[in-house]
Design a protein around this ligand. Structure first.
Ligand code: GLU
Length: 276
């Protein structure tokens, strides 16, 4: 049975891009006679605002969607720790003490500083995946995007990503938590924005290392604001909650998003249901 999900992080109100994402995931499940799940990705302790989870449910209901809610990430910390210990026992994690400032100018690809020169014991560290070693173990991997077709996994493009964060409140990184959760929730079609396309290379590698089932993916078109930039919580795009409280018709909005009739000022990064 097809299982899709919408997995918002409660660090800000949802906007039209989230509505579109939820509708795509919902409609794909419904079309296949499957299940549509809601999972609150509240692993980012410092930035999570618990009250937003209810706001998100109210937004989805206003859009006319129905869903099954699965456990939030904060209830699955043990699960993440076990997986991290498994990867560590395989010799695939190394400690890293680098700060954001240390990494300025590296464009997100870790230069391997702490791999070459391990931090002293007692230092606060994050744990990074040694992607070269991991790939030597798995060999080449592929994955399937429902829109873009079969992809050769290139986790090397992201470099040695963090899997266990330095911050004790946030033990797992997005990559580790989302991969484990999608497997635990039985997700068969991971539906999310094209901005997360590259992350899937890393998730595919983690699935192989941890012996998890391999879903398919559907990376959808993004909604852009009038400056051509992806809508973002932090830039103050109008929130769904604001629209809902102002009395806008949520069902009509959902129908407009489904048919590509974007509200004023919003454009799509690529035609509906094509690759961004
Ligand atoms: N929690 C992520 C976000 O809000 C989405 C994760 C995903 O869909 O893989 O952006």
């Amino acid at each position: 049975m097809e299982v899709t999900r919408f997995a918002p992080s409660p660090n800000g109100s949802l906007h039209l891009g989230h509505a579109f994402s939820a509708i795509v995931a919902h409609d794909l499940a419904v079309a296949a006679g499957g299940r549509f799940l809601l999972r609150i990705e509240d692993i980012d302790g410092a930035r999570s605002r618990p009250e937003l989870a209810q706001e998100f449910r109210d937004d989805l209901a206003w859009l006319g969607l129905s869903w099954e809610e699965v456990p939030a990430q904060s209830s699955r910390i043990d699960h993440y720790e076990v997986a991290a210990a498994t990867l560590a026992a395989m010799g695939l994690l190394y400690p890293c003490k680098c700060t954001r400032a240390d990494l300025a100018g590296t464009q997100g690809i870790y230069p391997g500083t702490c791999k070459a020169d391990p931090p002293l014991p007692g230092t606060a560290v994050a744990w990074r995946l040694d992607v070269a070693q991991a790939l030597a173990r798995t060999g080449p991997l592929n994955w399937i995007d429902a829109l873009a077709g079969e992809q050769a996994a290139r986790p090397d493009l992201a470099g040695d990503v963090v899997l266990v964060r330095k911050d004790a409140d946030t033990p797992a990184s997005y990559h580790l938590a989302v991969t484990l959760d999608d497997a635990a929730d039985g997700v068969t079609l991971v539906t999310r924005g094209a901005d997360l396309f590259e992350a899937t290379h890393v998730h595919r590698l983690l699935q192989d290392l941890l012996g998890l089932p391999v879903p398919r993916w559907h990376h959808h078109t993004l909604l852009l604001d009038d400056s051509g930039t992806k809508l973002a919580k932090r830039r103050g795009s109008p929130s769904l909650a604001d629209r809902r409280r102002a009395g806008e018709d949520g069902l009509a909005l959902a129908q407009a998003l489904r048919t590509g009739q974007m509200p004023g000022g919003i454009t799509l990064s690529a035609p509906l249901h094509s690759v961004a």
